[in-house]
Design a protein around this ligand. Structure first.
Ligand SMILES: *Cc1c(COP(=O)(O)O)cnc(C)c1O
Length: 393
């Protein structure tokens, strides 16, 4: 009965597309590194952008709450799972985002799926960038609304689609602010203008910009002064915050609606209260530790310029996501293995996570990396690039 899986898996392996799980472990006292088996590797594949994962203040807050609140929340937030740490966190989130209200979700995937389903349904249309995160794509599919996919950051194409769907009941435009596999940013000014012109709702996913941009890490929309133009703000606690979970912020009405309609919130057990307490501490650190943002941006600029000088096309910008596109899947895998040999953990990203023919190594930086570690890494990356024929020598 299950033979078909073996066949399909063999076909995946044939195309260098099979995925597998590799165990890794933290290195005590060395936050920029990761253990793979017996080897310690420089971790250039983590989303712990601000280096908060092991922060003692966060861990202590979680430990204290664990002893008071217990291991689990015991029920959905709509039943008896809505424990006190939630209220503290959501008030702090709304104050941070300068929004009327905020709502915590179990993770970014659940937030996107829940919000999109709550805002759009049959007869509606969702305009979504071609490179948006998979959780947005799945949210649109589950919503049963029409999926109008526009070419990456192509505002002319979006306008064309907005015109085509002028008469639809509700219109929702969604974009990642920083694209997770490319590290470039969305044209938020233009998106805000189009949203106004066509009477659409605008939702942004700040998974890779929350904590990093804005005077207190509020995200890219705040940095650009556009937060009032955005109807639905979504971000995660799993990346810059170093913990787990996600939030949505916006108007009181939006949050009331989500409490009534967002299925992943309603039909799933609330996050453990200890985790929610840890997120509150992470939020305080994200706001206070400006130096982490500054260090991260400096590291990102340095790394981009080192790889650029080495001959790679890494684009411009200052986001901590720096992809090196190698094209075919097998080369990407060999690149990643060669990097591991040189003491660097950087995974190959292959379709369907990225479009066919654009397999890549996605480097992601952290505030904890030093200039020396980054320049040594760039030298190794260059050598491997030449050896594999990705770079001309
Ligand atoms: C990581 C990510 C998510 C999912 O967040 P999780 O908390 O990991 O479930 C959603 N959107 C984007 C853009 C992401 O990069």
């Amino acid at each position: 009965m299950m033979n078909w899986m073996e066949k399909e898996l063999a076909a995946l392996a044939e195309q260098a597309l099979e995925r597998s799980l590799t165990s890794s472990a933290p290195v005590p006292g060395r936050p920029g590194y990761v253990m793979r088996g017996e080897r310690m590797l420089l971790n250039l594949s983590s989303n712990d952008y601000l280096g908060l994962v092991g922060h003692p203040v966060i861990i202590e807050a979680m430990r204290e709450a664990l002893l008071i609140e217990g291991a689990g929340s015991g029920a959905s937030r709509l039943v008896t799972g809505n424990r006190l740490p939630y209220r503290h966190l959501e008030e702090a989130l709304a104050a941070w985002q300068k929004s009327e209200a905020a709502l915590v979700f179990a993770n970014g995937y659940a937030a996107n799926v829940g919000v999109i389903q709550a805002l759009a349904g049959r007869g509606d249309v969702v305009f979504s960038d071609q490179l948006n995160h998979a959780s947005i794509v799945d949210g649109i599919t589950l919503s049963r609304a029409e999926h109008a996919r526009y070419r990456h950051n192509d505002m002319e194409h979006l306008r064309l689609l907005l015109n085509k769907h002028r008469d639809k009941r509700r219109k929702l435009i969604i974009t990642d602010t920083i694209f997770s596999m490319d590290g470039d940013c969305a044209p938020l000014h233009e998106l805000a203008a189009l949203k106004q012109e066509y009477g659409a709702m605008l939702m942004v996913d700040e998974a890779h910009s929350g904590g990093i941009y804005g005077p207190r890490g509020e995200g890219l929309c705040h940095k650009l002064g556009l937060s009032d133009e955005v109807d639905v703000h979504m971000g995660t606690f799993s990346k810059s915050f170093g913990v787990y979970g996600a939030y949505v912020s916006g108007s009181h009405t939006l949050i009331r609606w989500l409490i009534n309609k967002a299925r992943p919130l309603i039909y799933s057990t609330a996050l453990p209260p200890s985790l929610v307490s840890g997120i509150s501490q992470a939020l305080a650190l994200v706001q206070a530790d400006q130096w982490r943002r500054e260090r991260l941006i400096a590291a990102s600029r340095l790394f981009r310029s080192l790889l650029g000088k080495a001959g790679f096309e890494v684009g411009s910008g200052d986001s901590p996501i720096v992809p090196v596109i190698v094209g075919d899947n097998d080369t990407a895998l060999r690149f990643s293995s060669a990097l591991a040999e040189e003491g660097i953990a950087a995974v190959a990203i292959r379709p369907p996570t990225v479009p066919e023919g654009t397999a890549r190594i996605r480097f992601s930086l952290s505030a904890v990396h030093t200039d020396e570690e980054l320049s040594d890494a760039a030298a190794s990356i260059r050598t491997i690039g030449v050896k594999l024929g990705v770079l001309k020598s």
